[in-house]
Design a protein. Structure first.
Lengths: 119, 455
């Protein structure tokens, strides 16, 4: 009887560990995937102007009279930067064209830019 | 046998489309595909709806079509795209027999006032960077209307910027005045962007407007943009009939033969703020042109001066623009008056046009349209505008006016379906019996449908 209870406890504990571990791994995998998606979108849609390191020095940057935004500068991250990025992506701003991203994709790019370049 | 030939051409055309589709479809889908592949941006980065440019599109053009996502100084694969167009025209009243060219392209399903062009055009573009700051937009066509191959739009340019970034400069080689202009209020890129090839059009048009000089001349120009505000261009053109510029008119008969050098100038003030842009400018040319079919002896002189403006507002869902132009042409008929082809030794001609476009962006593409008004007025000249079936004038007046209404659906950012109606309230001087042969202005009202596929 005692042995049966012990087996139940061990089994329950193993199950909890398994499910918690899976959930944690899944969450981590999802996070990694979202980050990867944001990175991929940034590389496809933003990097040509804003540069691989977010410093506003991509291959097309030299063609503009003012360099594209430098995401590594602390000044960029003042005054509601997320909303400014959303506005620029959705509507364009002066010489920056509007970019074909849906709101979900825009958020992934913002997450990537924030995590990768904000100092 | 004849029926087999009728069937063979549409089948070949459809097979060609399938081939182009297979060749290009696996690549990213963009409106002017090679430009878009080069930049990594979609067509809406440069256009509201092709060919109207937005702020970034104008900058891309002024920078020589050379901006690229690649750090290499060249593009590989080569920036090549293809276009295919099918059109259908319906006139309110029949045209006389043989007024529509009897080519294989129009015999598939055509009557005297319904004409289907299958294809209207199949074209190949080189559109993108050549090397470093040098790029080009060059189109070669098979023209189904005229059943021949020709060089169409040609704009090869080099651009750069000073170290302080205050001055952008460039040089262009192209084959029509205003073709190199970045705004859509000048003739080469102004509305209507497409139109019927069979419907009669008013006889009088300033030289700089319309198709009178397209591929007829070739030239070189210098341009500059100071502080994103002041744009100026100066070009000089010569006839493509013979000589160094003749490749720029390859496949096109030179019917407007210009004598010597033809200067063209352009100045514009522009301003952009947020998602809006405004331009106000002026342009013009002076040309010495031989009378038609007589490329020797004395010439007629034309001095064109235009004033134009464009306002544009573009955001996530909406694109609105309004463009207007007024052109005055001074016509000195030194040659034609002596030949008795004109009643006056000189005439004045004025053209005004204005168009408003609105497009709404949906998940499947952009939907919208354009409303336009046009008016041509000038001196009466009974010899120049003589009575003649369809293209003549009973009154000797060049005055014409009307409206254009066009609806567009742009799918997948590049394939365009357009339905256009042109309504005349005055044609070659009057609204009824304008040609002296019983044709009314409204008889030339035209319904035009276009399918344009880009790969």
């Amino acid at each position: 009887m005692r042995r049966t209870n012990m087996m139940k406890r061990v089994f329950t504990l193993a199950a909890i560990i398994f499910f918690l571990g899976s959930a944690l791994l899944w969450a981590k995998g999802e996070e990694s995937s979202e980050y990867a998606q944001g990175k991929r979108l940034y590389e496809e849609k933003c990097q040509m102007c804003h540069g691989a390191n977010g410093e506003g020095n991509g291959p097309m940057s030299s063609a503009f009279p003012k360099l594209p935004a430098d995401f590594t500068r602390p000044e960029f991250w003042r005054d509601n930067p997320d909303q400014r990025i959303i506005n620029a992506v959705e509507n364009g701003y002066k010489l920056m064209p509007r970019i074909d991203l849906d709101p979900n994709q825009t958020n992934k790019v913002i997450d990537y830019v924030t995590n990768a370049f904000k100092r | 046998m004849a029926k087999q030939k009728h069937l063979r051409t549409p089948v070949l055309f459809i097979l060609s489309l399938v081939f182009l589709f297979i060749l290009f479809e696996h690549q990213n889908s963009y409106a002017v595909p090679s430009f878009a592949r080069q930049t990594g941006l979609s067509c809406t980065a440069c256009h509201t709806v092709y060919p109207e440019l937005n702020t970034f599109g104008r900058h891309f053009k002024m920078m020589g079509y050379a901006m690229s996502k690649s750090a290499k100084p060249y593009e590989w694969p080569l920036p090549v795209s293809a276009v295919a167009k099918v059109s259908f025209s319906h006139l309110d009243k029949d045209l006389p027999p043989h007024s529509v060219e009897d080519t294989w392209a129009d015999i598939t399903d055509s009557t005297k006032n319904d004409v289907l062009y299958l294809p209207k055009i199949v074209g190949i573009y080189y559109a993108g960077r050549i090397y470093n700051g040098m790029g080009a937009m060059v189109q070669g066509n098979y023209n189904g209307v005229e059943d021949k191959f020709n060089v169409d739009i040609t704009d090869i340019r080099y651009a750069g910027m000073t170290a302080d970034k205050k001055f952008m400069y460039g040089a262009t080689i192209n084959n029509a005045p205003t073709l190199g202009d970045p705004w859509n209020s000048t003739p080469a890129w102004g509305f209507p962007y497409e139109g019927s090839d069979i419907s009669p059009t008013p006889t009088a048009n300033p030289l700089i407007e319309g198709e009178l000089l397209e591929q007829q001349v070739g030239g070189v120009g210098l341009y500059g943009l100071f502080r994103d505000t002041l744009y100026a261009q100066a070009s000089v053109y010569r006839s493509n009939r013979t000589g160094i510029t003749s490749p720029l008119g390859a496949g096109t008969d030179t019917t407007t033969v210009v004598d010597g050098a033809m200067p063209y100038w352009r100045v514009a003030l522009m301003h952009m703020w947020g998602t809006q842009a405004l331009e106000v400018g002026t342009y013009g040319l002076r040309a010495k042109v031989y009378p038609e079919d007589m490329p020797y002896g004395d010439t007629n002189k034309f001095t064109d001066t235009g004033i134009d403006a464009q306002y544009q507002y573009v955001n996530e869902k909406h694109a609105f623009s309004i463009a207007a132009a007024w052109i005055h042409e001074k016509q000195d008929w030194d040659a034609s008056f002596a030949l008795g082809d004109t009643s006056n030794s000189s005439d004045d001609l004025h053209k005004f046009r204005i168009n408003m476009n609105y497009y709404y962006k949906t998940r499947i593409g952009s939907i919208g349209g354009t409303l336009a008004y046009f008016s041509t007025k000038g001196d009466d000249d009974p010899s120049l505008y003589a009575s003649d079936p369809i293209e003549g004038s009973r009154t000797g007046s060049p005055d014409s006016s009307g409206f254009i209404l066009e609806g567009d659906l742009v799918l997948d950012n590049r394939h365009k379906l357009a339905l256009q109606y042109v309504a005349y309230d005055k044609f070659n001087g009057s609204d009824s019996d304008y040609d002296g042969f019983g044709r009314d202005a409204s008889d030339n009202n035209t319904l035009y449908a276009l399918i344009r596929l880009m790969f």
